[in-house]
Design a protein around this ligand. Sequence first.
Ligand code: FES
Length: 577
Amino acid sequence: MPKVNITIDGQPVQAEAGSTILDAATAAGISIPTLCHHPALKPVGNCRMCLVEIERQRTLQAACVFPVSEGLVIHTNSPKVIEARRFVLELILSDHAFFCMYCEMSGDCELQSLAYKYGIDRVPYPYNYPWEPVDASRDYFIFDSKRCILCRRCVRACDELVANHTLGIAGRGFASKVIADLDVPFGQSSCISCGTCLQVCPTGALTDRRSAYMGRSAEVDRTKTTCLACSIGCAAEVVSRTGNILRVEGDWQGEVNQGLLCILGRFEQLEPPGERYLTPVVRRDGRLQATTWEDALDLAAKKINATPAAKIVGVAAPTLTNETLARFRDVLTKVDSQKIGTFYGTFPTPPTGASEGSLADIAESDLIVITGVDLTKTHQVAGAFVRRALGMGARLVIIGDDNGMADYAYETVKPAEAAKAVELASRSEKPVVIYGPDAAAMTMQALAPLADKARFIKLLPGSNTAGAYKLGFGDVTGTRAEVALVWAGDHHGEIPEALWQTLKDVDFVILQAAYQTPLSEIADVILPATIWPEKEGSTTNTEGRTLQVHRVLQTCEGIIPDETVLQMLADKVVARS
Ligand code: FES
């Protein structure tokens, strides 16, 4: 990229041609205050907080949108600039309920910080904003229009990043306000509660219910990790304080998700699904009774040691880390069991010779075929990528019925009509096929003519099914076993029917689980498991990338880390020759 020479506050700076004054100043370590600007969003220049003085320019200019050019001389802190910024702040504050002592964002609010910085201790204008009620109709966050400064970050995030287009602005002047759809309560709107708007809001207009008033940024810990809610493996930052998780935020540096999260990753996974097992449990006289780790592991090992290898099966949940899966496999290998499976042991296969694609291919495509997965229910971040591509002119073809993305589709066809999708894709330049666990074998076969042309992007169920496949975990459904080791971890969702049918006929089930699951009903030994914030290790996402998982919380008292439990069990089982 060619460079241009400019001067900022007397300092010579080389900046990339095409970049803005704000970019150039930031790169040179010179701070310019902003409000509507957010690095993940396109600059719009509507708040005027970043005004700077440029020599030979008639008026002050917004640094966030003004492009650099050779020879520019810029002053970011001249008396004229300071006066203009104070004026901007006074105007914003006159249209804003700044009763900071009651606001959750007090201490973290970007507007409040600027008001302090520029010494705004009063507003010389009457407060004219209408008194709007707080909208608390959404489950996870609330909206207080009186605290909104109309920076439009939320509207732009909903449009540019999530491409859900729920938010907009209605009214003029003091009556301007952020609305959802045609001004319906947020909870009744098309909002998908991904929380991206919440994360970009600079004031307390959008407030997270769970973490409100629980700690300012200086009082909390932030841990970068990988979300384990689905196989996309979004980069996330978990905010915690004194051993409690306050909230989860998307990591803007995340290569896979670029800051996005879905309702599941940001909110739902913070709700405990039930009571947690904190002590081992064994079934005696038909009843489950609490016991010690030693007793439970002894009983499990005794049963394994007394059972022929051919009659022992191991099944691991797709939420375990690669390291736990490897240790689990070691135990099964020690007793010579050949039956090591994962919850989703099978997955539709793409046509022979099809080239595998990654999530990044969605942005480049001009025609997207989706089959066997509803991106409004699972893998919602991939759903945002698809909507973004549609906004850039791509067309969507859905094969199958009842898909939440159907409203966006150019064409929805039945599986028997997959040839129609093939025909449309053949006429496009860069088609992609996104397929999920429910894709019919017949449909995948019908897509064979696209093997050379389209990129096939698989969306595996479970967060680490790819890791399990890589470690050789397969399909054990239909196996007739006497002893089953089932490492469910914190998986508490449904158990695939075929697996359930297989396990319910097993004589002795050793279950490792964090919460009660349907499997608890048939378990003879239950060993407590760690939950996602207590895990340390790695996971493999649906694209095959290895991603790091970092511990956010200390392991709960009474729980032993998964790999240590597996080692303790391995020490007690007898190796088969
Ligand atoms: Fe530049 Fe708002 S930050 S105009």
